[in-house]
Design a protein around this ligand. Structure first.
Ligand code: ATP
Length: 309
C-alpha cells in the first residue's frame, strides 16, 4: 500500500501544479495579448516581500515598438498596504504599467522594484504568484462555477469558495442558477453576463489572496448600485489585510477614496495626490471629475441599465 500511495500522491501534486500553471498561463496570456519572451536570470531568487509590497517605478521608459514610447521616464512609488488609483485618458499607458510589473514585457530603460528588489532579479514564478489581477475581461473555463472560483486556490474547501463568492456579491446569483455552484459556465455552459464574470473574477482573487492586487477596470460592467456594494466589500478586505492595491479606473467615483491617485497623461505622471488635493489643484483630474459628474447628472444617477454586457 505504501509503495502505491507515494506515486499517487506525487501524481496529485503534479496535477495540481499543472492546473496552477494553466491558470497562470491564462492570466499571463490575457495580460500580454501577444507572446513576448522575457528571460529569467540563472541566479534569480524568489521575491521576498519584506516591506509589505511597495512598488517603485524608477525612470521607466517603455514602448511596444522601440521608436514609440508609451511610458516616458516614469518615476512613481506605490506605497505598501495602500489603495492606489491610476487614472488618465484612454491609451495613456495604465494597463501597460501593470503588464510591466507582471513581466509580460521588460522595460527598455529604468527599473521596477518590489520591496527594493529589481523584478528582473527575482524568479518570474514568485513575482507572478504575488500578484493577483482582475483583468478587464476574465476568461472562464468550461467547468463548474465552483471550479472557476477555486482556480484562485486549488486547496480551498467549499466553505471558503462560498465565503469568497459572498464577499464578491455573486453568491445569491449562483444559488439561483440551475445547479448552484455545480452549474457549468463558459462556452459550452451557462452564458453569463459581463458583470457576473467580473464578480466571479473577484471571488477568485479573494480566494487567491495575493499580497499585491490589481483591478483593471474590474467593475466596469456593473450597474452603479452593485459596483458600490462590491467596492465596499473589496475595500474592507484591503483594509483588514493591509494589502497593496492598484485600481485602473475610468469611472472616478469608484476610486475617489483611494489613499493616492496617480494621474497619467501620455505615459508620464502629471498629478498625484488624494481626491481632495487633486480637486484643489484644479488640473486634469478635477477636469475629468467634473466632466464625469456632469454626464452622471445628465443621465440621471442610478437609472443605468440593470447590468451591462
Ligand atoms: P485604456 O484606458 O483605453 O484601457 P490604457 O491607458 O490602459 O488605455 P494601454 O493599454 O496601456 O493604455 O495602452 C497604451 C498604448 O499602447 C496605446 O496607444 C495602445 O494602443 C498601445 N498598446 C497597448 N498594447 C499594445 C500591444 N500589445 N502592442 C502594441 N501597442 C499596444
Amino acid at each position: 500500500v505504501f509503495q502505491l500511495s507515494v506515486p499517487l500522491n506525487f501524481l496529485g501534486s503534479v496535477y495540481r501544479e499543472l492546473r496552477q500553471s494553466l491558470l497562470d498561463m491564462e492570466t499571463l496570456f490575457n495580460l500580454q495579448k501577444v507572446n513576448v519572451s522575457i528571460k529569467e536570470k540563472t541566479d534569480a531568487r524568489p521575491l521576498a516581500l519584506t516591506k509589505g509590497g511597495e512598488i517603485r517605478f524608477d525612470n521607466v521608459t517603455f514602448g511596444y515598438y522601440e521608436d514609440r514610447p508609451i511610458l516616458r521616464n516614469l518615476t512613481v512609488t506605490i506605497p505598501a498596504g495602500k489603495k492606489v488609483a491610476i487614472v488618465g485618458p484612454s491609451g495613456c499607458g495604465k494597463s501597460t504599467l501593470l503588464r510591466l510589473l507582471f513581466r509580460s514585457y521588460d522595460v527598455q530603460s529604468g527599473r521596477i522594484f518590489v520591496d527594493d528588489q529589481d523584478i528582473r532579479d527575482v524568479t518570474v514564478d514568485s513575482l507572478r504568484r504575488s500578484i493577483g489581477v482582475v483583468p478587464q475581461d476574465t476568461p472562464l473555463f468550461n467547468d463548474t462555477v465552483e471550479h472557476n472560483i477555486r482556480y484562485g486556490n486549488l486547496e480551498a474547501p467549499h466553505s471558503e469558495v462560498v465565503a469568497a463568492a459572498k464577499r464578491a456579491h455573486i453568491h445569491d446569483k449562483i444559488e439561483g442558477w440551475r445547479d448552484g455552484y455545480q452549474t457549468k459556465v463558459g462556452e459550452r455552459g451557462l452564458m453569463i453576463s459581463g458583470g457576473e464574470k467580473q464578480r466571479l473574477a473577484v471571488s477568485r482573487l479573494i480566494l487567491k489572496d495575493p499580497p499585491l492586487l490589481f483591478f483593471d477596470e474590474a467593475t466596469s460592467a456593473l450597474d452603479t448600485h452593485t459596483e458600490q456594494a462590491l467596492m465596499a466589500n473589496i475595500n474592507s478586505i484591503l483594509k483588514e489585510k493591509a494589502r497593496t492595491s492598484v485600481f485602473v479606473a475610468h469611472r472616478l467615483r469608484t476610486i475617489y477614496d483611494a489613499d493616492l491617485i496617480i494621474v497619467l497623461r501620455e505615459g508620464s505622471v502629471v498629478e498625484m495626490g488624494s481626491h481632495r488635493e487633486l480637486m484643489d489643484r484644479a488640473g486634469l483630474y478635477a477636469e475629468l471629475w467634473m466632466a464625469q459628474e456632469m454626464l452622471m447628472n445628465e443621465d440621471g444617477e442610478g437609472v443605468e441599465d440593470e447590468e451591462k454586457g
